[in-house]
Design a protein around this ligand. Sequence first.
Ligand SMILES: Nc1ncnc2c1ncn2[C@@H]1O[C@H](COP(=O)(O)OP(=O)(O)O)[C@@H](O)[C@H]1O
Ligand SMILES: [Mg+2]
Length: 234
Amino acid sequence: MVTETSQERFRTYNGVFDAFTNRTLFYLESHGHITELSRTLFVGKESNVFTTSHREGDRLVKIYRVQNCDFKQMYRLIIQDPRFKTVRHRPRDVIFTWCQREYTNLLKAKSVGVRVPETFACRNHILVEQLIGDPAPRLKDAIIENPKQCAQDIIENYKKLYCDGGLVHGDLSSFNILYHNQKVWFIDFSQGISVKSDYADEYLRRDLSNIKQFFSKRGLDLNIETMYNSVTKV
Ligand SMILES: Nc1ncnc2c1ncn2[C@@H]1O[C@H](COP(=O)(O)OP(=O)(O)O)[C@@H](O)[C@H]1O
Ligand SMILES: [Mg+2]
């Protein structure tokens, strides 16, 4: 059960469902990607996440709130990625490209066997993907029976992402990893950046440092250099 504060309700109903969003949702519905939005799963700084039922299994709909997005910050980050450096400095172009990058990254990660949700559609500022669990807890809230095995699972997935997918997640932490049936699922790929970016190494190290910190509170002492070598060396 998701309880919304009045501030969240305000953001949900006043910041999201403008005419353009409704048209985009209608497009996604008429193309069979979604049905009615069932419930709010999460209200973030820049997006609202809803669930929708589908005959092939429940899905998640992530809607960026175009009015709320810090497009200048998004622009600064996205042009660090050689794949997207020609994006125009206009709010809509930046936000749509941001959403598109998340979609492309998820498809790439999936294609090389990283455990990520299946992704079904991306239109303008809306992304549709598979709902993991009912939904699954984030790693930060999960009960982890075997931290060592869990950390290993993260490293193995990251290695595939880096070596086979050519990507650095860029925002990996216990907030952006789900834990389901004792397995990790990487989510929230909007900051996923090409390994060819000048910033890739810095972001990879930041991701690994988040993971180290998380497990150190659970009695596991991980070494950043060992993790770095495991992820980057084929
Ligand atoms: N595929 C998914 N399956 C289940 N829950 C998800 C999924 N994707 C996101 N969530 C939930 O929604 C929250 C917000 O999604 P996320 O993509 O991380 O958005 P934000 O960019 O706002 O952090 C996550 O922390 C997680 O709890
Ligand atoms: Mg997130």
